[in-house]
Design a protein around this ligand. Sequence first.
Ligand code: GLA
Ligand code: ZN
Length: 670
Amino acid sequence: METITRHPPIVAKVPHILHGGDYNPDQWIKWKDTIWKEDMRLAKRSGVNSLSVGIFSWVALEPEEGVYRFEWLDEVMDMLAENGITAVLATPSGARPAWMSRKYPEVLRVNARRERNLHGERHNHCLSSPVYREKTLAINTRLAERYGSHPALGVWHISNEYGGECHCPLCQERFRTYIRNRYGSLDAVNEAWWTSCWSHIYTDWSQIESPSPLGEINTLGLNLDWKRFTTEQFVDFYLHEIKPLKKLTPAVPCTTNLMGTYPGVDYPRLAEVLDVASWDSYPQWTGTERDTEIACWTAFCHDLTRGLKGKPFMLMESSPSATNWRPVAKLHRPNVHMLQSMLAVAHGADTVQYFQFRKSRGASEKFHGAVVDHEGTENTRVFQDVAAVGERLKKLDGVVGTTTPAKAAIIYDWNIRWALDDIQGMLQSKTDYASTVVAHYAALRAQGINVDVIDSRRPLDGYSLVAAPMLYMLRPGVAESLGAFVKQGGTFAATYATGYVNESDLCFLGGFPGPLKEVLGIWCEEIDALYPEDRNAIQWNGARYEVRDLCELIHTRGAETLGVYGGDFYAGRPALTRNRYGEGRAYFIAARTDQDFLNAFYHTLIDEARIPRILKNVKTPPGVSVSSRTDGKIEYVFLMNVSPQTVTVDAGALGAKSLEPYETWITQIP
Ligand code: GLA
Ligand code: ZN
């Protein structure tokens, strides 16, 4: 297989990193002669080359049913083209006009308590509603007809932050159809959901309903399938939305803006139908040492979003300063805006976009960070920060389309998150799947390597090391693929709570970790949950590492014991094991450890798996994040101080470099 080293730019005719963001000129229609003109001047001054328009413009485009007003958007699109600005043009389905809710109440969502919404807010439509679908199709078709060949058009931005769920009768009907197609017979449904528990066997399809606090919430297989169905609703609605766009503008890429690890939609599934992945990133910077952790979570989400399509993604939204909906709307400290933007590029973003270009004058977002403040000029600190990013991005044309070379991957799977968040057992409120995966990710990244974040069903070719913390659910093919990976020489790291259930949340019989028992060479007999104040320990390599929360009691079945428990009635029993399987090795960590253990552990594994560090022979100090992108010839190395302290990095052949708080240094090798 040929490895791609450089992807085409997201907008074929724009070989630059896109810089810009959400722009709401419809909020300023009355003042267009002054404000719009000034916006164009300020856009150019801040190095903005792209603006996203029309995201919440439905009522401005269709003020009455079937009466369309495109004149203002014609003017905006022309103005963008004249100013060399690429339009990320949205379909307006993120928020609907009031006339529609009034005339067709079926478009209003129904919550799990079976209460129908009143009109208001956004992102709250019934995706099954034939009326809603018809209206969306009509306006999307007109947008594609009108702007399909407009020189400003670069990307279609489908709707906005798809999320939530609808429990109306129309959705219930579609859910039943989904379940019927998935299982074929009621008997298969009853078996998959184990409804013989508590006399919950369904005897007619019509008895199946979505989970509700007023009804069924303890049939965990039903809960899982409801989440899968909800994802399919979004996939289906997205495909419905893009039908006219694909027909009339097949070459224009389509995306919808995602939200990192938002649990409501299985993003790897939704991403199958996107041309390019994009997401909205709002790190909650604190100005303290905690920012190292915040940067790590943010980087994780960047890597996750990149992994969805395995190519550069769009940072569709970020705040140039305060984020109004955070409990503390803290300002970006000096260098933070640059850091946040470069962090995205470093992890594979080919765009740096904001919410929003000009601050809304009223309503809920009037105090959200924006490129242009109420004061209205370029003479603000935030504007200057944005302009500095614009300047720097202009020098990074070479980065566009480059790939992120990663020999290590970590698995993050929505299905596992759903099952663990819903678990009745272990630690109901602290299974902490997402933060556990991020803790392992942090330890890998601390070794100065790139890491891919992938769904459990992604092929593993090309990786030397795969980490899969809490691989609780083994979906079809996953155990086989991991087995083949290890057999062929791969290094695999697994933990407690692995291989308990199949895709329907039914426990594997014959011992955990189910179909991974042979690969890992162990049998997990029991799992102990600890109270918050309880601690145990793993003794490994002459050191003692504290463990908390969850401790699995395992037996070796071919694996060698590397570390043992330090306390309790299972003191001395295996807590860390390694199994040689085929040409490779499979490690098992039986308990939840702190970062000190994970750092030491992955240091050893990366050495063993011979994964080269981005900066050879360099130990990246805490607070420094290093990542790279390459076109196969030049490697762009990003060295970022993600802490509020000055740090000095001994960057090997590149010499010593002192980095100010939050400073980003970009260099090229060779
Ligand atoms: C979300 C939305 C935007 C805006 C921002 C504010 O990401 O997509 O419309 O409300 O939040 O942070
Ligand atoms: Zn509905």
